[in-house]
Design a protein around this ligand. Sequence first.
Ligand code: UDP
Length: 234
Amino acid sequence: MKRFIDKLYKGSKKDFFSLVEKNLKNEERQFIVTANPEAFMYGNRTGNFKNLLLSEDTTVIADGIGIVKAAKKVDMPVSERIPGVELAEHLFSLGDKYNKNIYLFGAKPEVLEALCKKLENEYKNLKIAGFCDGYKADKDKTFEEIKALSPDIILVALGIPAQEELIFKHLSGFEKGIFVGVGGSFDVLSGLKKRAPKFFIKCNLEWFYRIITEPKRIKRFYNNNVKFLLKVKK
Ligand code: UDP
């Protein structure tokens, strides 16, 4: 677990966003994992996820408050949370600023449709290179199609660990691109699902809001977040 925590980006959200801006401008290739306790638990359980977390090609940011607390506990503190949903939004703005193009992969067809409409309305210079919902059978084939388009920003919203594993598998075939596995962010960014109210975000209780609004998350929360924090304590 310590190796994963050590790998975390330790700086502020502002500094991280500047780094991403530089990479996007310079057409670099960057794979960003927005880590929550579930990500580190997967890394602990499976060799492939461990490799992708520790790979030199990967930047790991602390999306969840559980990760921020754990890093503090083992004396490798990070400045603050960098939520994946905010990173995705920032990438929309950067894409708009630099006339870049984006590929959106994942979520339900109606979510994707609403998100594309929103992007076309609000980010006039951001070009949608393509999109594909997350319920098509052959995801490797979709990635081959993405490769042919060579987009600047590739957001994959298939849930953890599928989104990260898929990106990592295909990453070396790309020359450029900012790749992020964004979990349920399309649901929120499309406007079809509400993000937690500001109060919950400010008090680091976004995870709690997600549980009370979607009680089926409890089991997942216990198996990952609770067990993760117990592991860190030990
Ligand atoms: N999803 C998908 N295909 C699948 C399973 C899930 O596109 O086969 C999408 C789902 O619609 C949702 C996202 O993946 O938009 C996962 O969201 P979740 O809230 O579980 O992710 P979290 O933010 O908790 O990591």
